[in-house]
Design a protein around this ligand. Sequence first.
Ligand SMILES: [Zn+2]
Length: 462
Amino acid sequence: MLKRRVLPVLCLALVVGAQGAMAASTRDTMPETMDMLQHAIAFKTVKGEGQIQPFAEYLATKLKSAGFTDADIEIIPIEGSAGMIVTYKGSTPEQPFFIAAHMDVVPAPHADKWHSDPFKLTERDGYLYGRGAADMKSKLIAVVSTFMRLKREGFVPKRTMILQLSGGEEAGPNTTREMIRRSPKPEFMLNAESGGGIYNGQLQPVLYTVQAAEKTYADFTLEAISPGGHSSQPQPAKNAINRMAKALDHIATYRFPAQADEITRGFLRATGEHEQGAVARAMVAFAKNPKDQQAADVLYADPAYIGQIGTTCIATMMSAGQARNALPQDATANVNCRIFPGVSVESVQATLTRLVDDPSITITARHGPVTPPSPLVPALMEAVAATVHERFPGVAVAPAMSAGATDGKYYREAGIPSYGVDSTFSKPDDERMHGVDERILAREIPASLDFWHSLLTRLGGK
Ligand SMILES: [Zn+2]
C-alpha cells in the first residue's frame, strides 16, 4: 500500500489530476519536488540580486538530506553569481558525463501585467506560472529531485554523473566555463533545457528533438561617414544614410547558399513527415536532396525554416544623422547573422563586404563561440528515444540545430559533444519564455521525473 502523505494544496491538484498513470515512485517524489519548485521560483535569481548562491546552498541542503556529502557538492561563487557542481560517483573509472542546467532567470519587469506574482509558483488551468517555470527552474528541479531519488534508492551508476548548474546562462558564460575547467573531461553533456517535445494544439505529441548543434551568433557593425553640411546643398552620392540604405538592401536581397548536414536533414525529414502542405513536402524533398532548388525556394520563403537551410543575415538596428536640417555625418547599422555550423565568421564577413560594395563603409564583427555539430552517437540517441517512448510510444525522435541560445555552445567550444534533451513537451510558443505569465504545463513535472529517472538509469549503467 502506498503511504499517504499530507500534500500541499498545489501538489494535490497535480497528483490527483491527470497523472493517474505515473509510476508509484514518481508519485512519492512529487510532494517534495513541488515544494522544491515553490522554493526555486521564490529565489529571485536575477542578475544583480545576489540570490543565485543562496539558491545553490538551498539545493545543496536538499541534496545532502538525500545522502550526498560535502565532498560531492561544490559551490563556486563568481562575480556575484555562482556555479554548482554535484558529483554522483560511479563504481568504475569509465568516463563521466555531464547534465547541465542554469539557476538564473531573466527579470520580470512588468510584474503588474502578470496574473500572479512572478516569483510565487501559482497553478491555474493546468499550468504552473512563475518566472523560471519554463526557463528553466522546473527542469532543473526535476534533475536535482531525480539525483535525490536515485541516491535514496541506493542506485550506484557505473560511470560518474556530474550535474553542472550555471549561474549565468542568461547573463554570460563565466560560471559555465569555470565549471568545465574544474571537472574531469566528460564523454558528453546532456542539456536539460534545449531540444524537447512538441505537442500539437490538441496536446498530442508530434515530435521530440535532441539539440545537437547550434548556429554561430554574430553581429556585424556597419559604419558609413560623410562630410555633413547644410541640407539645402545635398550630395546624394556621398550621403551616409543613402549609402547605408543601399548596402542593407543588398544584404537583405542576398540568399546565402542552401546547406544541410545529418542533423538538419534528420530534423526536416521528421518534421515534414508529420505535417501537411507545401512546406512539409519541401522539407522532406530538401532532406532527401539538399540540391533540390524548388524545395529550397519554399523553405527560404518561410521564416520558421529559412534558418534551418543555411546562414542568415539581417539588419536589426540603425542610427544616423545629427539634425533635421543637416546632412548626416554618419550612419551605423547592426546586421545580425546566424551562421551555419562549419561556416567561418570571416567568410560571412567577406560576403557582406562584397554585398555592401562600398569601401568607405567599415564592417566590424563580434561573435559568440564557433562550435562543431555534436556527432549523433547511436547508443545515446537510442537511449533518449527509448525514454521518450515510455511516455509516448512511437513518437518521432529527431536531431535538431538551434539558433544559439543555450549553454551548449560553451561545452561544444570546450570539445564536449552536447545534446539538448529537455524532459518536457510543450505547444509552440506556449511557455512564454522571458515574457509575461511564463508557464509550463503542470503535467510535465511528473513526466520529467519519469524521464530523468529512466534516462539516467540507462546512461549511468548498473
Ligand atoms: Zn534558459
